[in-house]
Design a protein around this ligand. Structure first.
Ligand SMILES: Cc1cc2nc3c(=O)[nH]c(=O)nc-3n(C[C@H](O)[C@H](O)[C@H](O)COP(=O)(O)OP(=O)(O)OC[C@H]3O[C@@H](n4cnc5c(N)ncnc54)[C@H](O)[C@@H]3O)c2cc1C
Length: 379
């Protein structure tokens, strides 16, 4: 397998890099401090095709591959993980679900608007009492004539308040039975659908995380995606792709923290020499570089399999698990290399440190990735 970066991937990465440095970098601490979700940035990213990276051109998307998608998320996350998280959630989850499981009418109605960021998308699987155990959800959709009535609350939803459209997975069968969930597309403004509490988070603070509340929300059967009962399996498939983007998110954060650390280690002097000359520091940099390279290869392998249409459940979980864990480790070591300055908001590494932790939690915790990997190995 040859994973050397091709010209298109490099061009796309350069565009994302330039955008992140020019339009995101100047604001990251302000957005972080105030937890502002900068919707305008996403509209601009939409103009560059970065909000519909995998969407074919016939539906208004950029029609690019997972390699370019991974490069975009990495370049943005090198600057600001929270914008990277929102771009990943919009592309992989809401848009990705409609792209993979929507019918032609649903694709034509929603994909062009999502791909250009005219619509911001959300995807609701998690609930307050059912995170890792998502299949045990309590939010229900009950058939009423030709309609469905939705009741319940989805929690921890990226863009839960601001999304224009949401894919929501609801229980349509008895609890703890097989095939008891179904996916629906619900537009903002539908009576009975509202945004709830916004979370005050440790990191990823410019990415909005909020409740979505459904109170006797009536939607037509045409909002259903796929067969009744297929929602959980659809969600797991969507997460197979989504986990590649969270792996890329972790890798981008790790790269940002590593690059800042290399510069600082060369500039900072103690005992009349750059701290990089101390083995205790240079070995940390060597470990970081090695872990980053390994994560890169795992992500490239998952992208390659996905592009070739092969089952990627194990490989995306491996990439997500490893990349997330090394993101936390690299960011932690970066704070150590910066010493006291790393513990302040005047330098970038404390934010990488806070943001990195989300990667081991969102789209399935590291423990859940290990369950997925082990299940696949032992089949
Ligand atoms: C910033 C952010 C954005 C998010 N965005 C979205 C979104 O857009 N849409 C969405 O649907 N969800 C979203 N989530 C939810 C996320 O997917 C869940 O938080 C995650 O799946 C974990 O669920 P939980 O928080 O309920 O933890 P729990 O499931 O309660 O887990 C708590 C701990 O127990 C461990 N654990 C649980 N079960 C097992 C087991 N069987 N074996 C071993 N250990 C176990 C977990 O690994 C974890 O360490 C988001 C979360 C965050 C923080």
């Amino acid at each position: 397998m040859d994973f050397s970066t091709n010209e298109l991937t490099e061009q796309v990465a350069q565009t994302a890099r330039d955008f992140a440095l020019q339009y995101i970098k100047p604001h990251i601490m302000e957005w972080d401090e105030t937890q502002e979700f900068p919707v305008e940035i996403f509209k601009e990213l939409g103009k560059l095709g970065m909000m519909g990276v995998l969407v074919p051109e016939e539906y208004g998307g950029a029609g690019l591959s997972y390699f370019e998608y991974s490069a975009i998320i990495q370049e943005i996350a090198k600057v600001d993980g929270s914008i990277g998280l929102s771009v990943a959630a919009h592309n992989s989850l809401c848009t990705g679900h409609i792209l993979t499981f929507g019918n032609e009418e649903q694709k034509k109605e929603f994909l062009p608007k999502l791909a250009t960021a005219e619509f911001i998308g959300a995807w609701g699987l998690t609930e307050a009492n059912t995170g890792s155990d998502a299949g045990n959800m309590q939010c229900t959709a009950i058939k009423d004539g030709d309609d469905w009535i939705i009741n319940g609350t989805k929690n921890w939803i990226t863009h839960g308040k601001s999304a224009d459209v949401a894919v929501v997975i609801c229980r349509t069968g008895e609890p703890r039975t097989r095939d008891n969930c179904t996916a629906f597309i619900i537009s903002r403004g539908t009576k009975g659908f509202s945004g709830g509490k916004k979370e005050n988070k440790l990191g990823m603070r410019a990415s909005e995380t909020a409740e979505m509340v459904f109170d006797n929300c009536r939607i037509p059967d045409s909002a259903r995606m796929g067969n009744v009962g297929s929602g959980f399996k659809q969600a797991m498939k969507v997460l197979d792709g989504g986990r590649i983007s969270i792996a890329a998110l972790g890798l981008g954060i790790a790269k940002g923290a590593y690059e800042a650390s290399v510069l600082y280690a060369k500039e900072r002097h103690q005992f009349d020499q750059p701290i990089a000359s101390f083995q205790g520091i240079s070995f940390k940099l060597a470990d970081m570089a090695t872990e980053i390279k390994a994560a890169e290869l795992l992500i490239d392998q998952a992208c390659d399999l996905k592009i070739r249409g092969e089952n990627v459940t194990k490989e995306s979980a491996i990439a997500k698990y490893y990349s997330s864990e090394i993101a936390v480790k690299v960011a932690t070591d970066a704070v150590q290399i910066f010493g006291g300055y790393g513990y302040t908001k005047d330098f970038p590494v404390e934010k990488f440190y806070r943001d990195s932790k989300l990667c081991t939690i969102g789209e399935g915790t590291s423990e859940i990735q290990k369950i997925v990997i082990a299940r696949e190995l032992l089949k």
